[in-house]
Design a protein around this ligand. Structure first.
Ligand SMILES: NC(=O)c1ccc[n+]([C@@H]2O[C@H](COP(=O)([O-])OP(=O)(O)OC[C@H]3O[C@@H](n4cnc5c(N)ncnc54)[C@H](O)[C@@H]3O)[C@@H](O)[C@H]2O)c1
Length: 279
């Protein structure tokens, strides 16, 4: 513990269970001295697991569907009441695709589901920022982080319409980052995280193969949820005050790799005669 967030106040969206990245961020933020509120959808709250985290971190839970502007307004207003004023940090750790859940492929999307994916996983970030700005809910030099994935830049089999949502998410960080930075010194970044075993992560088609592939490709190996939380804490701390409008890869080096020895060895195993691969 470094007391990196001593005296800081925040809002954490998206802790579902103890595997969630947001859950780990909450635990670490608490250890680092922060005080915060937790929020998730009423359905997620019905699972009841969040109560355990709230108790542990001495945090209040405020239900909200992040696609609803009214719900977000309520979260921000209540959080300011509970925490005694504007906050220093917000974590947006939200993602969901009904197309992925229902097995609809990218060339056979249900468009109602598609709009929902974009709204939940992309536009909700804009809604949080717009409401925060209107309510003046983030202090000067505050920090906002949303979680992203490299499918925003590169095509990865099975990530489906979530890739489009992540592209929107990262673009919002840049567009709003300019405005909020210029006017209020608030910084806005996305963290592009390795595949991670969570409820949302495990829903991606071929997840086990993907996580093995990225582990072999990354010189430092995949980053896990705890390590992701550590990185988010640094971004909420005063040590990263001039970092904004960035998509920050937290992936063990995967994003800059083309082929690794470990991946090549595994790939060659799929051929009867590895010498024949050039034919
Ligand atoms: N797990 C991975 O492999 C991975 C990799 C890169 C990025 N991410 C991103 O990390 C973030 C957190 O996901 P996670 O892996 O911790 O999984 P998770 O399933 O624990 O978290 C996803 C959260 O989104 C919440 N959510 C869904 N719909 C919502 C809505 N309408 N309003 C408010 N909240 C809603 C869920 O209740 C849940 O808490 C997501 O943005 C995800 O895309 C995950």
């Amino acid at each position: 513990m470094y007391n990196l967030l001593k005296g800081k106040k925040g809002i954490i969206f998206g802790a579902l269970n103890s595997s969630s990245i947001a859950w780990k961020v909450a635990e670490k933020a608490y250890e680092e001295g922060a005080q915060f509120t937790l929020t998730n959808t009423p359905i997620a709250l019905r699972f009841g697991e969040l109560d355990e985290l709230a108790k542990k971190c001495n945090a209040e839970i405020i239900p909200a569907d992040a696609t609803s502007v009214a719900d977000i307004e309520n979260v921000l207003k209540k959080s300011m009441e509970i925490l005694g004023g504007p906050v220093d940090f917000i974590l947006h750790s939200i993602g969901m695709s009904l197309n992925v859940r229902k097995g609809r492929t990218y060339d056979d999307l249900d468009y109602n589901f598609y709009m929902k994916t974009l709204d939940i996983s992309g536009l909700s970030f804009h809604k949080v920022l717009q409401v925060a700005r209107k309510l003046d809910a983030i202090k000067e030099w505050g920090s906002v982080v949303a979680l992203s994935y490299i499918a925003a830049q590169r095509t990865l089999y099975g990530y489906n319409d979530m890739a489009d949502a992540k592209s929107i998410l990262e673009s919002i960080a840049r567009s709003f980052g300019y405005i909020y930075g210029r006017d209020k010194k608030v910084r806005i970044n996305t963290v592009s995280q390795s595949p991670t075993k969570t409820t949302a992560g495990s829903g991606v088609k071929g997840f086990d193969g993907l996580i093995d592939f990225t582990e072999r490709m990354s010189p430092l190996g995949n980053a896990d949820a705890d390590e992701c939380a550590d990185y988010c804490i640094t971004l909420f701390s005063d040590l990263t005050k001039k970092v904004t409008m960035q998509n920050l890869y937290h992936d063990g080096g995967f994003s800059n790799m083309g082929m690794s020895l470990k991946a090549m060895r595994q790939y060659n195993k799929s051929f009867d005669d590895p010498e024949d691969i050039s034919i």
